[in-house]
Design a protein around this ligand. Structure first.
Ligand code: PDD
Length: 298
């Protein structure tokens, strides 16, 4: 007989860890107390959406944009907005205080809801669930040390579904190869299809050639990154040329800078893609460093 386990041991790598405070459908509680039915469609179908929102010193960064993308994900998946979503800002602030870390990032997870009898189609009366976690946001190491070696990247065929513009919790296409024991660990994976690089498995991509910046255009092939958008605004403010266009694979070997952006990584440079080591730029300014400095002042 399977025994119900009331709580799990808060041990990670042999150390007792401080459990985080989470939010679940109206309550703020310790993660070990959070309970949700296994009949939740996010568990049975991966039927949910999510958002990742950073907060510096309890100031949410680009909150309105994250909220707008979350509503857009709900609209595109026909998932109802949970009634407590209206209080999101307040909930995140309370979680920030409870979890104490100076800088944090929140995962705001919404599932279509719990359904008693399995059916691919959900009944119209399912109530969506809202679950939020908060973790310590580590300082981007390139802020203190911009000369630190860049990220190591693996190139991979993009096998994900064709609606990557939706921030869905069904991320197996993004994470599959990270669990292949035959593959070496890398910092990020660049996903390509039909000779074009779409994005990272968890970031957007930027390439620089002769002081002009390139990033793939918004489409159903990529997530409309909030950081991507913010960085494009910064580039325009600095009058640096930016072109939103498809990036062919061989551009890797003819480019001055490559960097990734995301809410948790901010901006981070790349130094190696598969076996190719990027040459270090010796003259002229390095655009990603200039942008990261602008991040400091926010
Ligand atoms: N990932 N593309 C993908 C596939 C992503 O998962 C992410 C973010 C981004 C960058 O989006 P943004 O700038 O809005 O964070 C692009 C987050 C951090 C995650 O899922 O953990």
């Amino acid at each position: 007989m399977v025994k119900y386990k009331a709580s799990y041991s808060p041990v990670l790598d042999g150390r007792i860890i401080d459990l985080m405070w989470v939010y679940l459908n109206g309550d703020i509680l310790k993660s070990e107390e959070a309970r949700i039915s296994p009949l939740d469609r996010s568990f049975t179908f991966g039927d949910g959406v999510y958002e990742v929102i950073p907060s510096y010193d309890n100031n949410l960064f680009l909150f309105e944009k994250h909220l707008a993308r979350l509503y857009s994900s709900l609209e595109k998946t026909f998932i109802k907005a949970p009634s407590d979503l209206i209080d999101l800002k307040k909930i995140l602030s309370e979680l920030h205080i409870k979890n104490k870390h100076k800088n944090q990032f929140f995962y705001v997870q919404i599932s279509r809801g719990i359904q008693e009898f399995r059916s691919h189609e959900s009944s119209s009366d399912v109530t969506p669930s809202l679950f939020i976690t908060s973790q310590k946001l580590k300082k981007n190491p390139y802020r203190n040390n911009p000369n630190k070696a860049g990220l190591k990247i693996r190139l991979e065929e993009d096998v994900r579904w064709q609606r990557c513009d939706i921030k869905t919790t069904a991320l197996i296409g993004n994470i599959l190869s990270m669990h292949d024991p035959s593959l070496a660990k890398v910092d990020e994976i660049f996903l390509h299809k039909n000779g074009m690089i779409n994005e990272g498995s968890r970031s957007n991509i930027f390439f620089v050639k002769d002081n002009k910046v390139f990033t793939p255009p918004l489409s159903q092939k990529i997530l409309p990154g909030i950081t991507r958008d913010f960085v494009i605004d910064l580039l325009r403010r600095y009058k640096i040329e930016i072109s939103e266009e498809e990036i062919p694979l061989d551009f890797i070997y003819d480019t001055d800078e490559i960097w990734v952006t995301s809410s948790t990584k901010e901006i981070q440079p790349v130094s190696q893609i598969d076996d190719y080591v990027m040459p270090v730029k010796k003259t002229g300014k390095v655009i990603w460093k200039q942008l990261l400095e602008a991040y400091h002042h926010i």
